[in-house]
Unconditional design. Sequence first.
Length: 442
Amino acid sequence: MYALYSVATLIAFLLASPYFLYQAVRHRKYVGSFRQRLGHLPVSFNLDRDASIWVHAVSVGEVLAARPLLVELKRRYPALKLFLSTTTRSGQQLAARGLLGVDGVFYFPFDWAFAVRRTLDVVRPRLFMMVETEIWPNLLREARQRGVRTVMVNGRISFRSYPRYRWVRPFIRRVLSDVDRFCVQGEETARRLVSLGAERSRISLTGNLKFDALDGQPHGPGPNRVLRFFRVPASRPVIVAGSTMKGEEEAVLRAFNRVRAISPRALLVIAPRHPERFADVVRLCRQEGLNTVRRTELPVDQEPNADAVVLDTIGELAQLYQIATVVFVGGSLVPAGGHNILEPAVFGRPVVFGPHMENFAEIADTFRTHEAALQVRSDRELEQAFVSVMADPVQRARLGAAAKALVEANRGAREATLGVVTSLLPAHERPRGSVVPFRGVH
């Protein structure tokens, strides 16, 4: 089965290689990461061949989710190096500049045996920690054979990935047996893992680390630096549309123009999910008649002299939510599974999202149940929601307060997760706290 899997992934890579080549030529993607993905890390990466903890976080969202663990891991395991890998360039950029205490950042290897072995030879982990949904058969198998302990943290099996795993359930059952522990966000993921063959005794409900990652405080070098480019008076309405996907920006722009008909000074900050779409979104904004600039073109310590600002940077969106009058969370008007609604919630901002929140279904359901967010079903409803929330300060305050209360009620995943980690890799002290499921407020 492992040989068949390796052949299948190689064929998939070869079929996709024209796309990778195009992205490399057009957007310079993958160019600097290819050698590392084949397992070729420089010897200087871990010159003394020190033992380590290896944390893998695919992209920006997973890196941010891992952040609450990293500092504490470094404190509890001072004798071990702490390495972080990512898959995407945006995740790599954020990790490389914004996570203090990490000893090294690198690109995750292709899941082929030779690449995995080369990486393990350099990184030399005692513990491999995968964030959210990262199931790599060859890596997990090799880790087991080398005695490396493995744990999934902030785990979730999404609505879209679950059916695919079920198609290869006999193989996935074998792969899951190589994972020592699963720390999952909620009961639904626990049920899905059990149905795929994981042992229930290895699964712990630890809650969602993203609640602990969100404290409303800045992190990394130059915290809140982005706010110096947005000296917006409190009287100016601001709509922040975060992590938008292709097919959504047009609806957001139409809804924003409805708001401008009532509040001509309103400002739109729109953050495309994928960096290669920055230029396209600038063009769309200008086609709608909006005076549009990129974030990187804004002067410092001034109010943006524009109708719309396209956020063409990585890692600044979360802090910008605090200037929002209302927030739209993208990936939800189109069938992309939705994105994180917690980042604006921690600042007590009213949140609007669309019908497609499959990847965050449990959180979305809880926010709806507690009337802490608005879900719209169409472009037309998005326009109505923007106008309604902008015109009603009482509704804005109520939605924002309920959202912030939910964040406060659901902290504790970090300590619960560290408790599981310490049981696998004993540290100089054991963490306090207990495993906490996702819960509402009453």
